[in-house]
Design a protein around this ligand. Structure first.
Ligand code: OFO
Length: 170
């Protein structure tokens, strides 16, 4: 049986994962409505990934004999200045998620809940990948600047990334 403090920490993480999914969905919708279909496809894909993360946590808690909960969610922003604004916010958001997962790991380790430590390894690696991915995208945006022609190519590049991720999931 899991300790209550660990169940509570994971339930909070379940909320954060669902909020991540909704944040990326809102950003994807903005991109879709503002002429960036590649960015939209990429972010729709990431919204689904976050939903999958949420589900992984839910299944884990329930399989360990506790109950995963669905909490009230924060409303995501629906307006963004530009793509730079979106990817800066995503990068900050993912760093916050990494800190949150690391804090659960710390707690699980202190409580000698080694199953949870083991389970969290996947998320620790995933955060590494996501921070590298979004940091790289931000670097590209910083490099190309805000000229329309450059953003058109950037958007096509993200369309390719979205298609590659969709294929990898098949
Ligand atoms: Fe983007 O990360 Fe979930 O965990």
């Amino acid at each position: 049986m899991m300790k209550e403090n660990i169940v509570n920490a994971i339930n909070h993480q379940i909320k954060l994962e669902e909020e991540s999914s909704r944040l990326y969905l809102a950003m994807a919708s903005w991109a879709d409505a503002n002429g960036f279909p590649g960015t939209a496809a990429f972010l729709y894909e990431h919204s689904d990934e976050e939903r999958m993360h949420q589900f992984k946590f839910i299944k884990y808690v329930n399989e360990r004999g506790a109950q995963a909960l669905c909490a009230a969610l924060e409303e995501p922003a629906n307006e963004y200045k530009d793509l730079q604004d979106i990817f800066e916010q995503i990068y900050d958001h993912e760093q916050m998620i990494t800190r949150s997962i690391n804090a659960i790991y710390d707690l699980a380790f202190a409580e000698k809940d080694f199953n949870t430590c083991q389970f969290l390894q996947w998320f620790i690696m995933e955060q590494d990948e996501e921070e590298a991915l979004f940091g790289g995208i931000l670097d590209k945006l910083n490099l190309i600047g805000g000229a329309k022609g450059n953003l058109y190519h950037f958007d096509n590049y993200l369309a390719g990334e979205a298609a590659a991720e969709a294929t990898a999931e098949e």
